[in-house]
Design a binder for this molecule. Structure first.
Ligand code: KG4
Ligand code: ZN
Length: 421
C-alpha cells in the first residue's frame, strides 16, 4: 500500500511517500522544508508567519516528494494513452506508470494537535488532492505520527550496530511504552496494539523540548534550544576541551540511574534541588522534577526557573555555559528515563520506544537504550531523521490506519488544534 503523508502542524512543511507491507514501512521519499531560519530571530515559532510559509511551500514540497519516487496519483493512471509525439513529450505520466506500475493508495494528513493556522494548510490541501485524485484520506494525530516513526524500516545503524529486522522484532512488541518528547508534548504512552493508545503520563506545564528552548534562550544560545544546549553539554565532557572532567567516571549514567548504585555520592534524586552533592562532574546541581512522585507526570517549568535563579546568583555564569547545559540536559534526561523505567516495570511492557523531536538528543537515546537493556526489554529508537517533525511518520501511521480502513470522508475531515490521542 502506497501512502502520501502531509504534515504542517508547526513550522515544518513536509510531505513523504511510503510503502507499507505487513508490519513495516519503507520510505520512498521524505521532503521537509524547515522554517527554523525564519523563526530563529523570535526564539520560537510565530504562528502567522508559519501559516503563510506553509501556503507557499506545501505544493512544491508535495510535488518534490512525488517526483522523487515515480509514484503517480491515480488520476494520471486513468489517463487515456497520449497521441504519439516526438521528443521529450513522448514520456508521459501514463508511460512512466506502465513502467513502474505504482499508484498512490491513500493520503494521510496531520489533523492535530498543533497550531490551527498551520494545520489548516495541510488539511485543506490534502482534502483537495483527495477530491481531485479520488483517493481515500486518513486523518492522523501528530503524536501518533511520532510514535509510528518507530515502525519505519531503518536503513542506518543504531549505535554502530545494524538495526534488527523490524518485522521480526515487532511481532510481539506489545504492550509497548513510548516516551514521546517534543516541543509541545512530554508523554508516556502505553500502546497495546496498533491504534490502541493509553496516555499514562503527561506534562503539567512545559514540555521537555520547550524547557530546552527556554533554557537556551536564558543562556543566549538561540533556537531551537535542544540541539544548542546539547552541543554545549557535550563540550563540557569532551576530552579535548576538559581532559580532567572527561577522565572522571561518569556518574548517574543509565546503569547507576536504574540500580541506584555506582555512585559514591548521595543521589540528587533524594532531595530535589539539593546543592551538596560532591565529587560529581561539575558543581551546578539542578532538580529532577517529580521524579520520586507516585505518578508518571512531568513538570519542567520549575527546572527552567531553577536554572534562571542559579545564573542570577552566579556572576561567572557566562564562563560556565557548557556546565549549565550539561546539568540541565542531565536533569531532563534522568527525569525522563527514570519515569519511563518505573512505567515500563509497572505495565510489564515488552518494548520501550522513544519518539518526538527531543529523541534526537544523543544522551537521551543512549540512556534510554541502556535502561531498556537493563530491564531486559526490547528497545526501539527512530533514526535521527524521523525524530523531529516529518511526514514519513505521518504516512507510516496513516498506513496502519488505512490497513484497518480508518478513513474519513474528505468533507468531514477537520483540523483540531487540541486533538487528543
Ligand atoms: O517533534 P518536534 O520537531 O516538534 C514538535 O512537535 O514540537 O520537536 C521539536 C523540539 C524542540 O523543542 C527542539 O528544541 C527539540 O525538539 N530538539 C531537541 C534536540 N533536537 C530537537 N532537544 C534536545 N536535544 C536535541 N538534540
Ligand atoms: Zn512533533
Amino acid at each position: 500500500m502506497i501512502i502520501l503523508g502531509v504534515e504542517t502542524s508547526c513550522d515544518e512543511t513536509a510531505a513523504s511517500v511510503v510503502e507499507g507491507k505487513g508490519e513495516s514501512v519503507k520510505v520512498l521519499s521524505n521532503v521537509v522544508s524547515s522554517q527554523i531560519e525564519i523563526h530563529k530571530k523570535y526564539y520560537g515559532v510565530v504562528p502567522e508567519i508559519a501559516a503563510r510559509e506553509h501556503i507557499l511551500n506545501i505544493l512544491p514540497v508535495i510535488n518534490e516528494a512525488l517526483d522523487k519516487t515515480k509514484v503517480n496519483p491515480p488520476r494520471l493512471a486513468r489517463r487515456e494513452p497520449p497521441l504519439p509525439r516526438r521528443g521529450i513529450f513522448s514520456t508521459t505520466p501514463k508511460l512512466l506508470l506502465q513502467k513502474e506500475g505504482r499508484v498512490l493508495d491513500a493520503i494521510a494528513v496531520t489533523t492535530g494537535p498543533g497550531l490551527i493556522t498551520s494545520l489548516i494548510v495541510g488539511v485543506e490541501t490534502a482534502k483537495t488532492l483527495a477530491y481531485v485524485w479520488n483517493l481515500p484520506i486518513v486523518g492522523v494525530n501528530h503524536i501518533e505520527g511520532h510514535v509510528y516513526a518507530n515502525f519505519i524500516q531503518s536503513q542506518g545503524t543504531v549505535f554502530g550496530k545494524p538495526p534488527p529486522d523490524p518485522s521480526l522484532e515487532r511481532r510481539g512488541a506489545f504492550p509497548a511504552l513510548i516516551l514521546t518528547v517534543s516541543g509541545g508534548h512530554t508523554m508516556l504512552i502505553l500502546m497495546k496494539g496498533h491504534g490502541k493508545f493509553q496516555t499514562i503520563g503527561d506534562t503539567r506545564d512545559d514540555a521537555a523540548g520547550e524547557a530546552f528552548d527556554k533554557a537556551a534562550k536564558l543562556l543566549g544560545l538561540g533556537y531551537p534550544g535542544g540541539p544548542a544546549v546539547s552541543k554545549m553539554a557535550a563540550e563540557f565532557t569532551s576530552p579535548q576541551t576538559h581532559p580532567v572532567r572527561a577522565a572522571r567516571p561518569p556518574l548517574l549514567r543509565g546503569e547507576s540511574l536504574l540500580k541506584g548504585e555506582g555512585v559514591s555520592v548521595p543521589s540528587p534524586f533524594q532531595g530535589e534541588g539539593q546543592d551538596e552533592v560532591k565529587n560529581r562532574i561539575g558543581q551546578v546541581i539542578l532538580p529532577r522534577p517529580m521524579l520520586n512522585e507516585p505518578n508518571f507526570d512531568f513538570s519542567f517549568s520549575g527546572l527552567k526557573t531553577a536554572l534562571l535563579y542559579k545564573i542570577q546568583k552566579d556572576k561567572d555564569w557566562q564562563n560556565k555555559i557548557p556546565e549549565y547545559c550539561y546539568e540541565f540536559e542531565r536533569a531532563i534526561v534522568e527525569t525522563l528515563v527514570g519515569k519511563a523505567v518505573k512505567a515500563a516495570k509497572k505495565y510489564q511492557v515488552k518494548t520501550m520506544m522513544l519518539a518526538g523531536g527531543v529523541s534526537a538528543n544523543l544522551t537521551l537515546r543512549e540512556e534510554f537504550q541502556n535502561a531498556a537493556a537493563k530491564l531486559g526489554v526490547a528497545c526501539h529508537i527512530p533514526p535521527l531523521e524521523y525524530t523531529t517533525d516529518n511526514a514519513a511518520m505521518i504516512a507510516a501511521a496513516g498506513y496502519f490506519r488505512a490497513r484497518r480502513k480508518s478513513f474519513t470522508p474528505w468533507k468531514k475531515l477537520k483540523a483540531d488544534a487540541n486533538l487528543e490521542l
